[in-house]
Design a protein around this ligand. Structure first.
Ligand code: GLP
Length: 264
């Protein structure tokens, strides 16, 4: 596990974009796992800027999004379909047919639908690089606390904390979804490489538990400790509660010298 600490959100976004851009350049047919939420917005803006300057090409890239609210039509302003379209897809040349986002309009046979999503990931060769944010309760995707660490794509009931965090985005309580379709923790752990981004003091407790706490289903992101190639890119505020910050800086310096490819 690598912990890359940056001054602020802008630096987190730039560093993440540098790594994603390098990965896309070295493998134009890359399969990306994409996340929503405020945190990856800066990363998407940086990638869009690189695309506009002609230094990045997504024409052979495939993407799979982590999750989608259940019950929202794709056109709903708060759907993750709309989010991805407005904040990334409509600005780059990633082919429409290569984009995959769980369908929140499914109304039955959820298990079959979710198994199909898993099968599409497999058919694409698996996810090469998965981008993650983290919820205040340590969730990744919508894998709320106590999600099985071996879980696959499925229907998941949202926690009270997650509903509270997203409630302000919806016009009324009744419009706020209470379930989502999300890749499972097992699905995420199958990715070849993972970048988790976090910014701000509100994420400090979750980040510390994910990196330094015990592996537990109570903190879904702690499962990332079992992954061989995960990089946390976090700002000083999100790193606030980590006890081993000096050691992570030392590890990073040694990585630059001995295995710089891990940072490209
Ligand atoms: C939602 C998403 C997660 C995201 C989290 C944090 O729950 N399903 O993928 O990581 O929100 O969002 P933000 O980055 O806005 O704090």
């Amino acid at each position: 596990m690598l912990v890359v600490m940056k001054n602020d959100y802008q630096d987190v976004s730039r560093e993440a974009a540098r790594m994603v851009a390098a990965a896309v350049r070295s493998n134009p047919e890359i399969v990306l796992g994409l996340a929503t939420g405020n945190t990856p917005l800066g990363l998407y803006n940086e990638l869009i800027a690189l695309y506009r300057t002609g230094s990045l090409d997504f024409s052979n890239t495939t993407s799979f999004n982590l999750d989608e609210y259940l019950g929202l039509p794709h056109s709903h302003p708060q759907s993750y379909h709309t989010f991805m379209d407005q904040n990334f897809f409509s600005h780059v040349n990633l082919p429409r047919q290569n984009i995959h986002i769980p369908d929140g309009t499914v109304t039955r046979d959820y298990e079959a639908y979710c198994a199909g999503y898993e099968a599409s990931i497999k058919a694409a060769g698996g996810i090469d690089l998965q981008i993650l944010g983290i919820g205040r309760n340590g969730h990744i995707g919508f894998n709320e606390p106590t999600s099985s660490l071996a879980s696959r794509t499925r229907l998941k009931a949202l926690s009270r904390e997650t509903i509270e965090d997203a409630r302000h985005l919806f016009a009324s309580d009744s419009e706020m979804p209470n379930c989502a379709i999300t890749m499972g923790i097992g699905t995420i752990l199958d990715s070849r490489r993972i970048l988790l981004l976090a910014s701000g003091r509100s994420k400090a407790a979750a980040v510390a538990k994910a990196i330094e706490g015990p592996i537990t289903s109570s903190v879904s992101a702690s499962a990332l400790q079992m992954h061989p190639d995960v990089t946390f890119i976090i700002d000083e505020e999100a790193a606030y509660s980590l006890t081993q910050r000096d050691y992570y800086r030392h590890v990073l310096e040694m990585t630059k010298i001995f295995t710089p490819e891990r940072l490209s």
